[in-house]
Design a protein. Structure first.
Length: 206
């Protein structure tokens, strides 16, 4: 792990293990509150975490981040809430994924729906959460030809992640199914249904 400035009004911890940034985010937020160090936002990514702050607070923030990483507290974590997402496995790429993975369609569905997922980070579009926990049997690179339009609610996989498209958008992930769950709603106190650290289970529906 490495702590360093990220421009004038941000600091970054990078070289993290996959999945560490989500739990580290809560630790940083708690530490800022307890030590009255003001940060604006804490943004996890796949192997890094960015903390935005007033430029005058940069040194204090970096000292705090260094203290957290040096004391090994990144390994500690709180268990996130569980969100169940009902899925109809009717995706356009389901048969293609089964063929590419040398599995039956039923086995693909079983592997995907039986797994326990966790939101590692959010990005690409508002409400789009990258979920770790995808079984290794389903690891596939993105599609060679991305679609110009992926329907909202599409449940998909790519590389080591699963995700749900919160709204219609271009995309290159493999589509396994659809859900009626609202992933992004600005009328909610927290517009994004899935936050870093949230655990997710996909529940198969007819």
């Amino acid at each position: 792990m490495r702590v360093r400035p990220y421009g004038h009004e941000a600091s970054i911890i990078d070289q993290l293990h996959h999945g560490a940034a989500a739990s580290l985010r809560d630790l940083v937020l708690d530490a800022c509150r307890s030590r009255t160090v003001r940060c604006i936002d804490v943004i996890p990514a796949a192997t890094s975490l960015v903390v935005t702050h007033d430029g005058r607070d940069g040194e204090a923030i970096r000292q705090l981040l260094t203290s957290i990483t040096e004391h090994g507290t990144v390994a500690s974590r709180t268990v996130g809430q569980i969100v169940e997402i009902a899925v109809r496995y009717d995706g356009a790429d389901l048969a293609e994924v089964a063929h590419a993975c040398s599995l039956s369609v039923e086995r693909v569905i079983s592997l995907h729906s039986d797994a326990d997922y966790e939101v590692s980070f959010c990005g690409f579009a508002p409400g789009f959460a990258y979920l770790t926990g995808l079984p290794s049997e389903l690891h596939l690179p993105r599609r060679s030809s991305p679609r110009m339009r992926v329907p909202a609610g599409s449940v998909a996989i790519a590389a080591t992640y699963s995700a749900v498209y919160p709204r219609e958008s271009p995309g290159g992930w493999h589509l396994l199914g659809t859900t009626q769950a609202s992933l992004w709603d600005v009328t909610r106190a927290l517009p994004a249904l899935l936050q870093p650290g949230t655990r997710v289970r996909f529940v198969r529906t007819p």
